[in-house]
Ligand binder design. Structure first.
Ligand code: ADP
Ligand code: MG
Length: 268
């Protein structure tokens, strides 16, 4: 890189003070290009600002992705949408626009194990994070542990407030692990706290009719379902298990070779 003419030193100081890092690093190079391409003054400024904005935006998205705890590989690109029922596909198209976050609506994905609930919600969530939204992924059991710890530290309120900074929390596998009363209570507190204010995106193998095993007594169960469902999109993934189908396909393509070699089986 060229060293700046002395008159530029002050400009560099200003850009430093204004924290316009990308502009500071690129203005000379862009100026050279501007001269070569006979850019107008406004075009030159536009290029500099665009560069600054893009660098910041990329950095912000990278930070949001890290913070989201989402599994990076579960994207819409790696998800076979053609497996979805038309109604779910339509809902996914809408969800991608992110309006449900503004309206604090919830997303509930039901279905048997292996039907793609986790992958689908993570993929939609990642899509939204890449648009600049703040979301957080957690399993239900981990969330419950966090909430309990906060409660024992007499900091549940503060923790819920912190979670408010996320437009949506993806709560994976609600009802998969049996919770005791105290655990179920903090989970209920979270759902009640977010009701009509912030979204939750939930996956569950259990239909509502079995949620009493999560929330123990009928009253709390009804209250929890009521809050979660009131403003919500429900995705019913009544599909065959993706894992089973893939395993089945693999077997079929493997069969002709079976006589030759059986040594490569059992890899997951
Ligand atoms: P669930 O949460 O319903 O148990 P997962 O989302 O964990 O199911 O899906 C099980 C496995 O199958 C994962 O590895 C996931 O990436 C994959 N999978 C499920 N559905 C699809 C799909 N439609 N396209 C691509 N991969 C899928
Ligand atoms: Mg899952």
């Amino acid at each position: 890189m060229m060293s700046p003419p002395s008159g530029h030193q002050q400009l560099i100081e200003y850009l430093k003070a204004l924290r316009l890092t990308s502009m500071r690093e690129s203005f000379m190079e862009v100026a050279e290009r501007a001269a070569q391409e006979s850019m107008g003054y406004d075009q030159y400024l536009f290029e500099l600002v665009r560069h600054e904005w893009e660098t910041r935006q990329n950095r912000r998205i990278a930070r949001l992705l890290r913070e989201s705890g989402l599994p990076y590989e579960k994207t819409l690109d790696t998800f076979d949408l053609s497996r979805l029922p038309a109604s779910v596909l339509q809902a996914v198209t809408l969800m991608k626009q992110g309006f449900f976050l503004e309206k604090a609506e919830n997303v509930l994905a039901f279905g048997n194990p292996g039907t793609g609930k986790t992958h689908l919600l993570c993929a939609v969530a990642q899509h939204l994070v890449r648009q600049g939204h703040r979301l957080w992924f957690t399993t239900c059991s981990l969330l419950v542990q966090h909430l309990l710890r906060a409660k024992r530290d007499l900091a549940l309120g503060a923790y819920l407030k912190k979670l408010h900074t996320f437009e949506a929390i993806v709560i994976d596998d609600i009802g998969y692990v049996q919770h005791n009363r105290e655990e179920m209570e903090v989970l209920f507190t979270l759902l009640a706290d977010r009701y009509e204010r912030r979204s939750v995106m939930i996956t569950s193998n259990l239909p509502f009719s079995k949620w009493e095993t999560i929330f123990k007594d009928p009253m709390t169960t009804a209250a929890a379902i009521d809050r979660v469902v009131h403003h919500s999109v429900i995705l019913e993934l009544n599909l065959p298990s993706y894992r089973m189908e893939e395993a089945h396909k693999e077997k079929q393509t493997e069969q002709p070779q079976e006589e030759k070699s059986t040594s490569q089986k059992g890899n997951d």
